[in-house]
Design a protein around this ligand. Sequence first.
Ligand SMILES: Nc1ncnc2c1ncn2[C@@H]1O[C@H](COP(=O)(O)OP(=O)(O)OP(=O)(O)O)[C@@H](O)[C@H]1O
Ligand SMILES: [Mg+2]
Length: 250
Amino acid sequence: MSFSIAISGKGGTGKTTLSAVIVRYLVRLGKGPALAVDADADGNLAESLGLNGVKTVGAVLEEMEKKVSQFPPGFSKDDWLEAKLTEVMIEEKGFDFLSMGRGEGPGCYCYVNSILRRIMDVLEQNYPYLVMDNAAGMEHLSRRTTREADILFLVSDHSIKGVQSGARIAELARELELDVRKMGFVINRVPGEVNPVIRQKVEETGLGIIGSIPEDGLIKRFDLEERSLLELPEDNKVVKAVKEMVEKSL
Ligand SMILES: Nc1ncnc2c1ncn2[C@@H]1O[C@H](COP(=O)(O)OP(=O)(O)OP(=O)(O)O)[C@@H](O)[C@H]1O
Ligand SMILES: [Mg+2]
């Protein structure tokens, strides 16, 4: 069984950025390959990790639907998917990567989600660490692509609204009785110290702040230059803050 890290939170608060920096940390930890999963249908974790032209599970499923009538007798969709999985799994130095992508039809990801859940059940046995970047909001909980996690990071920007979104996600995780062993806030883009008003708001949720990540110009520059966050230097302040946060959580 792997140690699974799920990343959730309000839109645009830094989930993907932090997921990539967590992967960076795990790669350097060198305790075996981590599995990085982009569970956001409109995700960009691949790019943040320097990967381009990635084939998604959704794309493979679409291809399958077109070809299913030509399958030889006795050859099931599952057989086909299993064979195709090697095509979507990207193997990099220190980590493997899988992207969910978008499934058939506009707006319906149900099939992709159910496939993703099954794939994850099998795959997570093989990796010591699993990092899952999720779409903004709560759908990954209600659709149960996140069913269990050793730790669920609720990423918020340095705002009350961000904390309120995180609180709602935590509430739903509890309501659904998901097997989440630990949950906590990660306040991202903090200008200096976390504002006491925000600290108070977090306290009211009954959860703690596991990580406080500074606003950092280099992250913005990497974004503009479309550079892989794996290349961030060791002395970068976001890298350091993420390291501290993950070490506390493992
Ligand atoms: N600590 C930081 N300092 C400076 N910029 C940051 C920091 N964290 C994230 N950003 C920037 O904020 C923007 C949004 O980040 P990101 O894409 O990681 O958010 P997200 O939560 O994954 O968004 P979405 O909800 O769309 O998936 C990006 O341009 C990123 O470079
Ligand atoms: Mg994202």
